[in-house]
Design a protein around this ligand. Structure first.
Ligand code: NAD
Ligand code: UDP
Length: 339
């Protein structure tokens, strides 16, 4: 079975992708420094997939550590999730974000070149689109970011494009994720935010579980039908599946290609709250508070290129996203609390 390096594979999207890779007949090998995840995820992944998942507790920025892992395995491709991802924190600590995320991307590319691994799937984001672009966002739209985190994604995309241009056999798929939510239907893996969640779904889940008293809805005076912001939420298991399809595409197409991964359908904050209440049977107390700085009223994906190039269409709807997020939230207390 082809071995695939998964950096950040103990994290939220990486762990679901490792499961999807195993299901698609690949052997995922995980490197993660556990800075935002727990080692018990690997044991849960092994239970879920029924396969041994080689795991290395290492920092992707550490070239010598990468060399050692590349020397032990024969990778046909790498999928790069590892990095820092908190938008607000990136505004406070720009140098830390640029150093971390760009060094991680460059260090991985250097190891790939050194060891002759020629296919890369990169975790990019819808945040690379200019906020005044028309919706739905399309890959040929204008690019530009409003925070350092976003720029680390856009600069990483550029670095990867340059490496592809310099190495004709090299291929890369730059997957621009919209808003991943939900969890694997087994309830064994899911999003495990540390501290107070920044994102909507983990916050709603924790309110439902009684961990937090109420949700703050950040503004209801946007130019949308109910006044709250609209996003393109995608089930993390659908998103994970797109990575396995991207590996096939990369194996057959040299050069770098950016592809949106969304559903093409937006939901408002209040629609998500209503869907979660329906899926869980739990009432979510909320209050309307002020707008959150930097929020854009509405965006969602044009998903046509993913369909055309990868044969990918999202299959799971908002009901499944909420149901699976709630199942995982309830299970979470059963997992050992090592960090
Ligand atoms: P996550 O924090 O759950 O996963 C990232 C994993 O990488 C964590 O397990 C962390 O411990 C590890 N890591 C971080 N820096 C590392 C390093 N230097 N070396 C080794 N391991 C390291 O995040 P996620 O939500 O799974 O996101 C995965 C990727 O997708 C990130 O690059 C993120 O920016 C991108 N992305 C996420 C979203 C989202 O909404 N979650 C949206 C768009 C893009
Ligand atoms: N949101 C909210 N309350 C929260 C967290 C998020 O009202 O506690 C809103 C946020 O303003 C945005 C949407 O939910 O309109 C999705 O936010 P999230 O942080 O999950 O994703 P983003 O699209 O900002 O990356």
């Amino acid at each position: 079975m082809p071995e695939i390096l998964v950096t950040g594979g103990a994290g939220y999207i990486g762990s679901h992708t490792a499961a999807a890779l195993a299901a698609a007949g690949y052997s995922p090998v995980v490197i993660d420094n556990l800075s935002n995840s727990r080692e018990s995820v690997i044991a849960r992944l092994e239970k879920l997939t029924g396969k041994k998942i080689p795991f290395y507790n290492a920092d992707v920025r550490d070239g010598a550590a990468l060399d050692a892992v590349f020397a032990k395995h024969s990778f046909s491709a790498a999928i790069h999730f590892a990095g820092l991802k908190a938008v607000g924190e990136s505004v406070q600590q720009p140098l830390r974000y640029y150093e971390h995320n760009l060094t991680a991307t460059m260090s991985l590319l250097a190891a790939m070149q050194k060891h002759g691994v020629k296919s890369l799937i990169f975790s990019s984001s819808a945040t690379v689109y200019r906020e005044d672009d028309e919706v739905p966002y399309i890959e040929s739209g204008e690019l530009g970011c409003s925070n350092p985190y976003g720029w680390t994604k856009l600069f990483s995309e550029q670095i990867i494009r340059d490496v592809c241009a310099a190495n004709p056999g090299f291929s890369a798929v730059l997957l621009r994720y919209f808003n991943p939510i939900g969890a694997d239907k087994s309830g064994l893996i899911g999003e495990e935010p540390q501290g107070v969640p920044n994102n909507l779904l983990p916050y709603v889940s924790q309110v439902a579980a009684g961990i937090r008293p109420r949700l703050s809805v950040f503004g209801n005076d946007y130019p949308t039908p109910d006044g709250t912001c609209i996003r393109d939420y995608i089930h993390v298991s659908d998103l994970a599946r797109a990575h396995a399809l991207a590996l096939d595409f990369a194996a057959n197409n040299a050069g770098a290609k950016a592809i949106n991964i969304g559903t093409g359908r937006g939901y408002s904050v209040l629609e998500v709250v209503a869907a979660f209440e329906k899926a869980s049977g739990v009432k979510i107390p909320f209050e309307i508070t002020g707008r959150r700085a930097g929020d854009i009223p509405e965006y969602f994906a044009n998903p046509a290129l993913a369909r055309e190039k990868l044969g990918f269409t999202a299959e799971l709807g908002i009901e499944e996203m909420c149901r699976d997020a709630w199942r995982f939230e309830q299970n979470r207390k059963l997992f050992p609390e090592e960090k």
